[in-house]
Design a binder for this molecule. Structure first.
Ligand code: ZN
Length: 283
């Protein structure tokens, strides 16, 4: 699989909207699979939302967040805002992308349940996904995860063993974070350059460890998918730029359908997050 390359970002973005429209029609024809009431999910929160020891920030990082020893790049990335990238050390923590574009981003964690319908659904509707995987589930079937991102996206580290990073030393965190990225790199042309901490638990050592091996952002989230429903951390609908969290569990197929339905209602597209958070120097 060493010759595999990620799908075109632009291509997948252009086709995603058409796919969502098709799903909307399909959903109208299949009443039993229709969307859940938005009111049902009002006030729902991510199970990990209150456990973080790091305050997630948007990508609009004020200059005052920079330590004296870092430098700031003013490079404007293709579609998103300018990020301040430390010359070395901690990478930013992001839970939503500051953009007015009508887009949201699908992220899928862990990998234990590998439903064969999921890659088919994502391919059918050309939906890109950013994956965060652990060693055991990933190595059980690396090809499965490649199929999941056939329409676009990336495979990223979620640590090797899904430990609570805040209880580990800096060296142990680095081994967990970077070791998993190395494992992914054995199967894909380029391992994803993002990271998500298990349980949403991270600290400064996490951000520094991630930055030491080519990862350039720690991703949190701003909405979640569970039990076939969209759960919002703010308000009762998706916000442009929302990072949406879900997992490789039994409900993933229904969760993705719920997201696509909600996107169709709101006129949103699931876009590749790599278009908004490219590698420094990429654009
Ligand atoms: Zn996880």
């Amino acid at each position: 699989m060493t010759n595999w390359r990620p799908a075109s970002r632009a291509q997948s973005a252009k086709t995603a909207l058409a796919g969502i429209g098709a799903l909307l029609v399909a959903g109208l024809l299949v009443a039993a699979c229709g969307p859940r009431s938005i009111d049902d999910t009002r006030g729902a929160q991510s199970p990990n939302q209150n456990t973080s020891t790091t305050v997630a920030e948007t990508t609009t990082l004020p200059p005052t967040t920079l330590a004296p020893t870092t430098t700031t790049t003013t490079k404007a990335w293709p579609k998103g805002p300018v990020l301040t990238i430390p010359a070395a050390g901690a990478v930013p923590v992001i839970s939503t992308i500051a953009t007015a574009d009508p887009v949201v981003f699908l992220t899928i964690d862990d990998g234990a349940v590998r439903d064969p319908r999921v890659p088919e659904l994502l391919a059918q509707f050309k939906v890109p996904a950013t994956l965060f995987v652990n060693e055991g589930p990933y190595l059980a079937d690396p090809d499965y995860f490649l199929r999941v991102i056939a329409a676009g996206g990336s495979i990223n580290s979620h640590t090797r063993s899904h430990k609570r990073l805040t209880s580990l030393s800096a060296a142990a965190q680095r081994s967990e974070i970077c070791g998993m990225r190395d494992i992914i790199g054995q199967h894909v042309f380029v391992a994803g350059h993002l990271f998500r901490a298990p349980y949403g638990l991270s600290n400064g050592a996490t951000q520094t460890a991630a930055g030491s091996c080519g990862i350039n952002a720690v991703l949190f989230w701003h909405a979640a998918l569970n039990d076939g429903r969209v759960q919002y951390q703010q308000g009762n609908q998706l916000q442009p730029g929302d990072i949406v969290l879900t997992h490789f569990r039994d409900d993933l197929y229904d969760n993705i359908r719920a997201l696509l339905w909600q996107c169709a209602i709101q006129g949103l597209t699931v876009a590749p997050i790599e278009d908004y958070l490219p590698l420094p120097g990429d654009g």
